[in-house]
Write a protein that binds this ligand. Sequence first.
Ligand SMILES: Cc1cc2nc3c(=O)[nH]c(=O)nc-3n(C[C@H](O)[C@H](O)[C@H](O)COP(=O)(O)O)c2cc1C
Ligand code: SF4
Length: 406
Amino acid sequence: MLDPTDLDAHRAEGAFTGLNKALTAMTPEDVIEQIKMSGLAGRGGAGFPTGLKLQFTRAATGMPKYVVCNFDESEPGTFKDRVLMQGDPFRTIEGVILSAYAVGATEGFIFIRGEYPEAAAVVQEAIDTLYDAGLLGKDIMGSGFDFDLSIRRGAGAYICGEETALFEAIEGKQGFPRLKPPFPTTHGVFGRPTAISNVETLALMPDIVRNGGEWLKQWGGGKSVGIKLFCLSGHVKQPGVVEVPYGTTVRDLVERFGGGGFDGAPQAILMGGAAGGFLHPDNFDTPLTNEALNPLGAPIGSGVVMVFNQNVDLGAVLKTLARFFVHESCGKCVPCRVGTVQIAKLLDRITGGDGAPDDLARLESLGQMMRKSCLCGLGMSAPNAMLSTLAHFRPMYDRLIAGGGA
Ligand SMILES: Cc1cc2nc3c(=O)[nH]c(=O)nc-3n(C[C@H](O)[C@H](O)[C@H](O)COP(=O)(O)O)c2cc1C
Ligand code: SF4
């Protein structure tokens, strides 16, 4: 394993050859074309096509333009970006510089979760090393392209991973999300065109540019192209980060390619984190694709795969998730501010033995209302886990209501 901040060792393994190729033999439009051709879609949760994002930011009027690397990684159960950045910060930073070249940005920020001091130190050392080596700053690699990069730190709010709240935080304000549209590609940080991408998304760009857009397509297909990092945790024998092609089944991910198998008979898997949903064991043979998992209410999201065995009280887990959203709701809009509290209260009532059968209809309609009317992704996804259990774990609720609670 390479020393994370030994630039010579990383360059000997091919680091910055993608950037060199882009700066010497490709126009910014060529870079965007290769990213579009690769089918790369965002790995931060929303899955927006990265090439289009770069194209829109390049086409936007107004200077300066910015690129932002979203290293907030605050989704419960997600730790892949930390592993990537602490192990090889250069790969993601090369992706940041490629993005900047593609869109015409002169400055960029890496927004790092406040609770990641070790990762922040590694990234800062890597940035300093790259300035010394002429890979950041003025006239990068003698190409005439100038680009400055610096770190901004979060202060512990989950909402600051949401792109527009993150911009507010970078601007020194409280992390309240903005109404969209306008979108970041035209009105991002400081109101300027901005391409914001997740750490893992950016880390894939150097190989795409170096090997050509077709390279990523050798894995997966449809809207789920390439390879994806998954964060395995909970009741698996071997927790950790595993990279597999899209299309691998959930069961194979846990039993064959990572995880070392289930630790105890599984009851459910929380896919996608707190904003995701629970997968029932009947569906463990589903392929890891957005197309297959979204209809089951258990999205891939940022790649969380958290296993719960039969000894776990799923009602208690749901209550913890509900309280998480009460705590993390920024309070800017009513459906989320009130809806998160109402969901938590109803779950308390049901698990406490005072639930009535029509409480389930109340939960369902609250959840659907929040999905439709919340201002940002936090509120829209807050009811997801609860709704997935109403759809696939109904007997649990029936038992709680009929049997007087947990
Ligand atoms: C509440 C909330 C938290 C989020 N947290 C993160 C995060 O920690 N990291 C991340 O990359 N994206 C996060 N996102 C998604 C970002 O808003 C944005 O879609 C993403 O950074 C774009 O990068 P990508 O296209 O490479 O995925 C979050 C979204 C919401 C609604
Ligand atoms: S949905 Fe929730 S987190 Fe998002 S703006 Fe509204 S109150 Fe804030």
